[in-house]
Design a protein around this ligand. Structure first.
Ligand code: NAP
Length: 362
């Protein structure tokens, strides 16, 4: 039986027992002078038993109802501060679907994303399939180009250039990582910055750092969207980002600073990392270490964004944050899975529509 129910039952039983016994004693004292000894003893015993049984029943039912309500309140509290990116992503995708329906209704060309995959890395194949599915879900055009593992760097760059000049393509994404014989930087540098929906071209990185409009990498952009949905005040707040990759840590730190947060970036060489993180009103964790962040890193009432995707010993997906350990201490947290992940693909769709609108408005 639920421990809370037992605790409440004992408490209520004690209270009821005191009241009932007091009442019985009072009644007995009042009537005992009018009855003979045997009858008064029988009346006393029957009275106590009946009233106690009634008291126990009332106490039990009341305790049960109270405990259930308390449990429900607890669950609601726990659910209220878990922010599901999957739900936000669904809302955003519904909006984009409507936007595309309007474009289709006006018989115009639909925005189109081109994804280039080199080789058969299983994770990359699954990401590309996911992107294709997401495009189809909202009616966005998609063109998937799957090249052989041995494709040369020159051949890949040639293809990127073709896509740059293809008027039917709005966004280009080269799925990373590329096979070892291809220099990723050389390839990314050749994507037209205005079609660079992954936001990794140096021109877009520069635009982000100058606070100018451009394409922002999808995961950091998704994180900012989630913070907005959590109604988190960023302006003037202390933010700490753990991780300094070009894909997540660096751009999200910049985006937070562009929104007037005071930002600290921590990495694998940071000393006193727990103490630094403990000052954060907003804590973003992107390191790829399962359950690394515990309550010792978290300020009471902080907003925590868990970007990490790791597999634990049982093969289950877990984040960089020890969710169960911190949940009681945070104002809100994103779970893994169903947190930041679904936002990443959604931002890719958003960026493709943005590239389309930029082109169409010229
Ligand atoms: P990354 O390129 O490997 O960078 C990891 C960063 O974490 C580095 O800056 C590293 O510091 C830092 N780091 C590693 N161990 C640390 C420690 N013990 N303490 C403090 N800092 C530490 O990884 P990433 O691409 O940024 O991705 C990070 C995580 O996010 C991964 O789990 C990845 O799968 C996940 N991710 C998820 C999504 C999504 O859509 N959900 C998207 C992208 C990434 P140094 O620079 O000093 O080495």
């Amino acid at each position: 039986m639920n421990k809370k129910v037992v605790r409440y039952a004992i408490l209520w039983f004690s209270v009821m027992a005191i009241i009932v016994l007091g009442f019985t004693a009072y009644v007995y004292m009042s009537v005992k002078d009018f009855l003979d000894e045997t009858t008064s003893t029988v009346v006393l015993i029957v009275g106590v038993v009946v009233i106690l049984a009634l008291g126990i029943a009332i106490a039990g039912v009341t305790a049960f109802i109270i405990a259930m309500n308390k449990d429900k309140e607890g669950d609601e509290k726990q659910m209220a501060n878990v922010i599901y990116g999957s739900e936000v992503a669904k809302e955003l995708k519904d909006q984009m679907k409507q936007e595309i329906e309007v474009i289709q209704a006006s018989h115009k060309r639909v925005p189109t994303l081109c994804v280039i995959l080199v080789g058969n890395n299983p994770a990359s194949v699954s990401y590309v399939t996911g992107k294709e599915r997401a495009c189809a879900e909202i009616g966005l055009g998609s063109k998937m180009i799957h090249l052989d593992e041995n494709t040369s760097e020159e051949k890949l760059i040639e293809l990127v250039e073709e896509c740059n000049h293809d008027e039917s393509i709005d966004g280009i994404l080269v799925q990373l990582p590329l096979p070892n014989h291809i220099n990723e930087k050389n390839v990314l540098l050749r994507i037209d910055p205005d079609k660079d929906v992954d936001g990794l071209h140096p021109i877009n990185v520069g635009r982000l750092h100058l606070g100018e409009d451009g394409f922002v990498p999808c995961t950091p952009q998704g994180i900012m969207e989630l913070l907005k949905r959590m109604h988190v005040q960023i302006n003037g707040k202390r933010a700490v980002v753990i991780g300094r990759s070009n894909l997540v840590g660096n751009p999200v730190a910049r985006l937070l600073m562009n929104e007037n947060a005071t930002v600290t970036i921590c990495h694998s060489k940071t000393e006193n990392i727990e103490a630094i993180c403990k000052q954060a009103d907003i804590l973003v964790v992107a390191i790829g270490k399962a359950k690394y962040v515990t309550k010792d890193f978290v300020k009471e009432g902080a907003f925590v964004i868990d970007v990490g995707v790791n597999r634990n010993e049982e093969g289950k997906l877990v984040g960089d944050v020890d969710f169960d350990n911190v949940i009681e201490h945070v104002s809100a947290i994103t779970p893994v899975p169903k947190g930041v992940g679904p936002m990443t693909i959604t931002m890719l769709l958003k960026n493709t529509i943005k590239a389309y609108n930029n082109k169409e408005s010229i």
